[in-house]
Design a protein around this ligand. Structure first.
Ligand code: ATP
Ligand code: MG
Length: 262
């Protein structure tokens, strides 16, 4: 009897990149790389310093243009889309060095991330100011709820610049959640963060995943990768070196060699 072909179809990845290439002068930072993120997964991206991980993130989020290759997010190509349009479609990213606005309050940083605010349009404010006020209140409530869920509610009125390095990273992740994303790209969320806060961040990520958010995480901290990720992609010198479960990756001699150097 023939098998039902439909049941054998693999689920479409939430994010799929193929043949990505990016050179800076003489350096090919990303060289024909591919990567995919399954819906509902926590996927890791690892590799030695300078392997091209951040450049790959920049390509995935269309922050920079690839020399060649293709990125499909949620069934649509990201090329030609601006960052805010990609965020509206449900993909947001954080940066290796957290980009919070130090001279603004923690709450203001959160509100800046909110999309589609009626208040952005002068004429709508003019004709519809009660709606704008209502919308601002509801955004503030949402921001405070998210801050509360990551233990930053009591810092809402503090300058973001007064936060510790780890708290700034947390604020950047919290801010990413304001747009109700389907996929969050985190570039080294644990770097420079104290071990207690790293554990907390991991717990938050697990909770958010349960709520349906997928993650792609660059991280050098292998405990974080091992404890969080369903699958891991390894990049070395801009190329795909391996991908598999964390245990498969941990036991892959090619990966060990790439980290220890030849
Ligand atoms: N804007 C740029 N101009 C020139 N070279 C760049 C640029 N961005 C990245 N590179 C180079 O591309 C290579 C890959 O850098 P990238 O930052 O993507 O690596 P990474 O894997 O994120 O490293 P790390 O683990 O240290 O963060 C490096 O050799 C880097 O110097
Ligand atoms: Mg990097």
């Amino acid at each position: 009897m023939r098998e039902n072909k439909q049941s054998k179809l693999p689920a479409m990845p939430l994010l799929a990149a193929t043949g990505l290439r990016k050179s800076f002068g003489g350096i090919t930072a990303v060289n024909n790389a591919e990567l995919s993120v399954e819906p509902g997964s926590i996927t890791g991206l690892i590799g030695p310093n300078g392997a091209g991980k951040t450049t790959l993130f920049n390509l995935l989020s269309n922050f920079i243009e690839p020399d060649s290759g293709r990125v499909i997010f949620d069934g649509k190509p990201v090329q030609n889309l601006q960052s805010h349009q990609i965020a509206q479609q449900g993909m947001v990213r954080t940066f290796q060095v957290a980009r919070v606005l130090s001279k603004m309050s923690v709450l203001e940083n959160m509100l800046l991330a909110a999309q589609k605010q009626t208040g952005e349009n002068f004429w709508r404010i003019w004709f519809n100011s009660s709606k704008v006020i209502q919308e601002e209140r509801s955004l503030s409530r949402k921001a405070m709820d998210i801050l509360d869920s990551v233990g930053l509610a009591n810092k809402a009125d503090d300058y973001a610049g007064a936060l510790s390095g780890g708290q700034r990273k947390l604020l950047e992740i919290a801010r990413a959640l304001m747009t109700e994303p389907k996929l969050v790209l985190l570039d080294e969320p644990a770097a420079g963060v104290n071990p207690t806060l790293i554990n907390q961040i991991c717990q938050y990520i697990i909770t958010w995943r349960r709520q349906g958010i997928s993650f792609l995480i660059i991280e050098h901290n292998m405990d974080v990768i091992m404890s969080l990720c369903d699958r891991v992609w390894v990049l070395a010198e801009g190329r795909n070196l391996a991908h598999g479960t964390p245990v498969e990756i941990q036991n892959n001699p090619k990966v060990l060699e790439a980290y220890l150097g030849k």
